[in-house]
Design a protein around this ligand. Sequence first.
Ligand code: ZN
Length: 136
Amino acid sequence: MNLTRVDHVGIAVENLDEALKFYEGVLGLKSTGKEVVEEQKVTVAFLPCGDSELELLESTTPDGPIARFIEKNGGRGGIQHVAVRVDNIEAAIKEVMDAGHRMLDEKPRYGAGGARIAFVHPKTTGGVLLELTERK
Ligand code: ZN
């Protein structure tokens, strides 16, 4: 598998606008804009930071995956996933599965910014939700 970089770190936040006050206002990062990803019930903002980015995720519904993450995390946000860039997502998924490991997504799905993404099962990764990301 050709992993080219850490693409981004996904951080669940309770309130995106409040979080941006710190990440932009204090850290000086600049969001590339907000996007609602209906399929994952989130509003996201990407903040480029060197060769990778931070992805802030706010749930759009009380039953979405980010809302459930915050609930399980004691009502606080936190690091929800780490994403690595791959140059061919179908090949990357196949390699994980051919090696006998589990994917949460056996087919790529839509990710913010037009990326194609797939999550590896946390049991495979030592407890980390790992996103494979392909960007063209
Ligand atoms: Zn992500």
